[in-house]
Write a protein that binds this ligand. Structure first.
Ligand SMILES: C[S@@+](CC[C@H](N)C(=O)[O-])C[C@H]1O[C@@H](n2cnc3c(N)ncnc32)[C@H](O)[C@@H]1O
Length: 255
């Protein structure tokens, strides 16, 4: 997952207007009385896309990320940033189901964005994630996360092989199959390279995403000691999703 296709994440899967999305989330924090400077956790920080935007807003960011390829891109981008922003960014390899913070650190806020929670395909992984965030946040701290709605899985994570990206040297084809009875969508991405003899396969990568019913998420956070602050329709892909709202944007306060 996100290994050989990491280079494509920002071109094909990341938020369409990341700056606008960052503003929206910053407004959620502000409404909850939480503002930078402070310690922000970016859980499943990927290529650092949102980490960097939040660091530019004054947050001290601590990211946790499973994919070395995604984190390598984040660290590469970091080199080009002003030193005062670089100093606010730290990404650590790790699993959001079981991460521990450095000695003495407590998060004032956390984000887990761009359907990262749907990458936790087993329910016990979601529960472990919720426990880990509860431990990491200070009392009163806020977690903002988005989750994909069932309609998104049915309509968009279910299609035959489709070229999703192409230049003169490489192209990527993705297929998705959604199984209604389990709520599981299986994605397969194939990367090919242009050769004089035509396209030649370089790699193939599988990824599973799981629909988590909203009621179930709400109950699990409540049971773990979070208060639901808000659950709002969320469409950070306005040109892709014109006919439905693909996500819920949640904010949970750690009690
Ligand atoms: C769709 S991307 C979102 C990246 C980032 N949150 C953003 O908003 O751009 C999901 C990311 O979560 C990471 N991820 C998935 N499961 C994870 C886990 N259990 N622990 C840490 N990272 C994970 C993936 O490697 C990937 O980088």
């Amino acid at each position: 997952m996100y290994n050989t296709t990491a280079f494509l994440y920002e071109a094909t899967a990341a938020f369409e207007q990341p700056e606008t999305t960052c503003e929206e989330i910053q407004a959620v924090f502000q409404q909850a009385g939480i503002q930078p400077p402070g310690q922000l956790g970016d859980l499943g920080s990927g290529t650092g896309l949102m980490s960097i935007l939040f660091a530019q807003k004054g947050w001290q960011v601590y990211g946790v990320e499973l994919s070395p390829a995604m984190m390598a891109i984040a660290n590469h981008k970091k080199q080009a940033l002003p030193v005062e922003i670089q100093a606010r960014l730290h990404w650590e390899p790790g699993n959001i189901q079981s991460f521990a913070l450095p000695e003495g650190m407590r998060l004032d806020a956390a984000i887990c964005l761009c359907n990262t929670i749907n990458h936790l395909t087993e329910w016990h992984q979601v529960e472990a994630f919720i426990q880990s965030v509860h431990q990491a946040l200070r009392p009163g701290g806020l977690l903002v996360l988005d989750s994909d709605r069932l309609e998104t899985f049915q309509g968009y994570f279910n299609h035959p092989p489709t070229v999703v990206w192409e230049d003169e040297t490489r192209r990527v084809t993705r297929a998705c199959a959604f199984e209604e009875s389990t709520g599981r969508a299986r994605h397969r991405a194939m990367v090919e390279q242009a050769t004089p003899a035509g396209w030649q396969q370089l790699s193939e990568e599988d990824m599973a995403l799981q629909y988590h019913p909203e009621v179930r998420l709400k109950e699990a956070f409540a049971a773990a000691g979070f208060q639901l602050e808000n659950a709002a329709p969320f469409n950070p892909f306005p040109s892709l999703y014109r006919d439905l709202i693909p996500k819920v944007l949640w904010s949970f306060r750690r009690l």
